[in-house]
Design a protein around this ligand. Structure first.
Ligand code: ARG
Length: 590
């Protein structure tokens, strides 16, 4: 379905053409003054210059043509040359009836669907997840859902960090603590046990300990690097331990992502890209893209127009070791070979922006991707505490994701138990859903690139711009529909949504029609916060409407009540679709 503003634009454009003006002046936008009108066209002002006429005269000409247009209730020319438009209630209702019967509320899909790999999550094995990983998971999951909704083939890849010194540090520390483990016995030739010699909690404790110890003891760091090198080059015992780390971590990560309602099509790892490195280095050398710089192999990616210093892309260090950037370039090679995507999106903390800029430039310059392969980085800001500094635990440590989730869920549970009597088990289940919504909505309602303040009180509030408020609206509509069903009345197939009969209802209907506009905007800008804005306004307008109109209790005609029921059902469906795009679910009651 065309958007409402497109339909109106078409009519206004026709009017401009009929009066001999260029079609480009007929663009209509939602009104900046909703108190005066629903839509506006500023084309007369622009046309005035080109046609050397007073803008108000042009506006009046256009208004005259559209005076009897059946879609329009009121159209006026306002000084200095605005055209203010309010739609007829019949047309508005007709549009909403069409939304109701069309798939996905008439939202038009991507005309040329793309294959898109979305690289998000990015956890590292053996290291606990922190808030940055949570943001990546939340934003990435939502974007992936938006891309799929628009008809693209979107593939989420967790891109597990399993390559590099952290692995060596863990193994070195394990060796220090338990030197007798068979993995350290070079004479051991049998199969290693299937069971890992550590649990996830041990593993997560070992890494920070090893990392701290390595800072005081350079020889320990050297040992860890040596172990990393051996592990990467096929040392049996170290490789077996590494495999154990992967298994233990992945099992744990899957649980955590499951709780976050986040899932990945691909569980690829940094190590999966390593087999591509050798040929890639050869290719870069043979084609003279790479040069030696102090023993290191680099590709220059500076460009004339650069205003800041762009360092070269480093492929290999002087000792031949690979880097984070080498892995990312090889991963691009791997992805092109296995999936041939049109578009790859990376979602990490914005501090990695320069890294990706260099990787992308190198991939393009060296033709490891096609000319039209789109490489995109989406960097997000920091989650801060109320003091404006990065959110920390009370003892000042980095915040672990599980604690954060628990904190939010506990607070929601407390609120539920405080105000209603509910079975403890049920309250826990509801708190889990509502808590997740609080956390995700709290994050996604901000423009991703901006820092935001984690405000437990505001995020978990059942009122205002929060996840729980959206869920509360959905649950409230559900209970109205249940009450309606309990009256024994039903909706017959010929019932329709009728034209608005009050200002609040008209406002609400207008908000419903904006669904496609906002979904498209969220998609084009890769900005889930657009959806949050839309559903908050929708929930809010529903609330004013409901305050005014008692859908069940009043004595309406059957048609009128049927119309109200159809409309709130539509609102509920739209809200459910939108929260699904944001990556959370509604409970049955709360
Ligand atoms: N593991 C990385 C980190 O924790 C994030 C990975 C992001 N993706 C990528 N292809 N580099 O910072």
């Amino acid at each position: 379905m065309k958007k409402l503003v497109e339909l109106i634009s078409e009519d206004v454009t026709q009017a401009f053409i009929s009066k001999g003006y260029d079609e480009k002046y007929g663009v209509v936008t939602p009104s900046n003054r909703p108190d005066l009108c629903q839509f506006q066209c500023n084309g007369a002002m622009a046309a005035a210059k080109a046609y050397k006429k007073a803008p108000i005269m042009i506006a009046q000409e256009i208004v005259e043509v559209l005076q009897d247009n059946s879609r329009i209730k009121e159209i006026t020319a306002v000084m200095p040359g605005f055209i203010n438009i309010t739609l007829s209630d019949e047309f508005l209702a007709e549009y909403i009836n069409d939304m109701r019967i069309n798939k996905d509320f008439g939202c038009e899909k991507e005309k040329s669907p793309k294959k898109v790999i979305i690289d998000y999550g990015g956890p590292n094995i053996a290291k606990p997840l922190h808030v940055g990983h949570m943001r990546s998971a939340i934003i990435g999951e939502s974007l992936k859902r938006i891309f799929k909704f628009m008809g693209n083939d979107a593939i989420g890849d967790v891109h597990l960090g399993d390559w590099g010194t952290p692995m060596g540090l863990v193994i070195a520390e394990l060796k220090r603590r338990k030197p007798d483990l068979i993995y350290f016995d070079d004479n051991y030739t049998e199969e290693y046990p299937a069971e890992a010699p550590f649990t996830i909690s041990e593993l997560e404790e070992i890494y920070p300990a090893a990392s701290a110890y390595s800072k005081e003891n350079p020889e320990f760091l050297e040992e860890a690097k040596r172990i990393t090198y051996l592990m990467q080059n096929g040392h049996r015992g170290y490789m077996a331990l590494w495999k154990h780390m992967q298994d233990v971590s992945v099992t744990d990560l899957k649980k955590i992502y499951d709780n976050l309602n986040v899932s990945f099509e691909l569980w690829k790892k940094e190590s999966d890209a390593q087999p591509y490195v050798k040929d890639m280095v050869e290719y870069l050398k043979i084609n003279n893209y790479a040069r030696l710089s102090d023993g290191a192999l680099v590709v220059d990616v500076k460009e004339e127009a650069d205003t800041k210093e762009i360092p070269p892309f480093m492929i290999l260090k002087s000792d031949g070791a690979t880097l984070y950037s080498t892995t990312d370039l090889a991963t691009i090679v791997e992805r092109m070979k296995l999936f041939d995507p049109d578009h790859i999106i990376y979602i990490t903390d914005k501090r990695q922006e320069l890294h990706f800029e260099i990787v992308f430039r190198c991939a393009k310059k060296t033709k490891l991707v096609k000319e039209d392969t789109k490489l995109q980085f989406i960097g997000f800001g920091t989650m801060n505490g109320k003091d404006g500094k990065p959110f920390k635990t009370r003892d000042g440590g980095v915040l672990r994701l599980e604690y954060l989730i628990k904190m939010v869920t506990d607070e929601v549970y407390r609120k539920i138990m405080e105000s209603r009597s509910m079975d403890e088990e049920e309250a826990k289940q509801i708190a889990a859903k509502v808590g997740l919504a609080a956390l995700k909505y709290g994050d996604l309602s901000n423009q991703a690139s901006k820092d935001y303040v984690f405000d437990l009180e505001r995020f978990t509030s059942f009122e205002g711009n929060s996840g729980p408020y959206i869920l509360y609206t959905i649950v409230r509509i559900k209970s109205i529909l249940e009450k309606f069903n309990a009256t024994g009345k039903s909706i017959s197939s010929d019932m329709r949504i009728l034209p608005a009969s009050s200002a609040v209802e008209r406002e609400l209907m207008l908000q419903i029609t904006r669904f496609s506009d906002l979904i498209h905007l969220a998609y084009e800008e890769q900005a889930p916060h657009r959806i949050c804005q839309y559903i908050y306004d929708l929930a809010d307008k529903f609330s004013s409407f409901y305050h005014d109109t008692k859908v069940i209790s009043e004595d309406y005609s059957e048609e009128r009540q049927g119309s109200l029921i159809l409309m709130i059902t539509l609102i509920q469906e739209i809200l459910l679709t939108c929260i699904d795009l944001l990556g959370f679910e509604a409970p049955d009651r709360m």
